[in-house]
Design a protein around this ligand. Sequence first.
Ligand SMILES: NC(=O)c1ccc[n+]([C@@H]2O[C@H](COP(=O)([O-])OP(=O)(O)OC[C@H]3O[C@@H](n4cnc5c(N)ncnc54)[C@H](O)[C@@H]3O)[C@@H](O)[C@H]2O)c1
Length: 279
Amino acid sequence: MNGDYRVKDNYMNVIDNIFSLSGKTAIVTGAAGQLGGEYVRALLGAGANVAALDIRPDNSKGNLKEIDSERLQLITVDITRRASIESALEKVLTHLGTPSVLINNAAIDAPPNASEQETGPFETYPESSWDVMMNVNLKGVFLCCQVIGGHMARTGGGSIINISSIYGMVSPDQRIYEYKDKPFFKPVTYSVTKSGILNLSRYLATYWAKNNVRVNTLTLGGVFNNQDNVFLKNYTDKVPLGRMAKQNEYNGAILYLASGASSYMTGANIIIDGGYSCW
Ligand SMILES: NC(=O)c1ccc[n+]([C@@H]2O[C@H](COP(=O)([O-])OP(=O)(O)OC[C@H]3O[C@@H](n4cnc5c(N)ncnc54)[C@H](O)[C@@H]3O)[C@@H](O)[C@H]2O)c1
């Protein structure tokens, strides 16, 4: 019996040690959103100091206001502006310490109530919408990597987690939107930006390997967020596990990629999609 307990205790120590982020400082962009709020809680739970960056830190989706922790700092930042990211980094350095984890999670997508043009046919998709989404979803990640990743490369390294989507790996299946009253197409720009994330990660994984900065992509499937029933049926029919993700189901991968548990992983893409992309 004693032997069993010893084995269990040692095992728990291993888990604590390899996933621990105690004393580390992590930065999450888009932290006030649905998934960002989850990542903030998971990182705090693993012992990290967490800088929660968002253009709208009062966005209620992530419920950040409910968190009472001295290890958390909310910072307003626009990731499309280098000066804004630089200023956020200064605040992180002053209040939380040198960051060694960066989660590039902020992004925009066409919301269900987007304009008809934005969700209309490819041929008439507005250039201006292309520019706006490119600016946030790709240039914003590029700038955060330059400013915050660059700082990590100069100060001992760390782990960068770039968030992509199954729609960056495979095309959206436009047939699942055909039930809508008006023609609806999942816009091209979201897919293109999320594809770009994959090779930005690989590029930087090789570029910064000598500086001990690991760079990986985490590719996600759709998350349940009270979507309408027809959409839910159409989407989940395409998912081998038969459902959308719960919003906390990516936290394990976040802690794995952020911590020493993934110390030999860089330039990789972890896909968590309930099996969506396997058939
Ligand atoms: N929710 C899903 O089903 C799903 C599926 C696959 C991938 N993803 C990816 O996960 C990530 C988070 O998604 P989510 O559903 O939590 O989104 P969300 O819209 O709930 O949160 C995104 C956050 O980013 C912030 N943001 C937008 N522009 C910004 C800017 N210029 N500067 C700083 N912050 C800005 C927003 O204010 C918002 O709080 C995104 O990269 C998304 O592409 C989500």
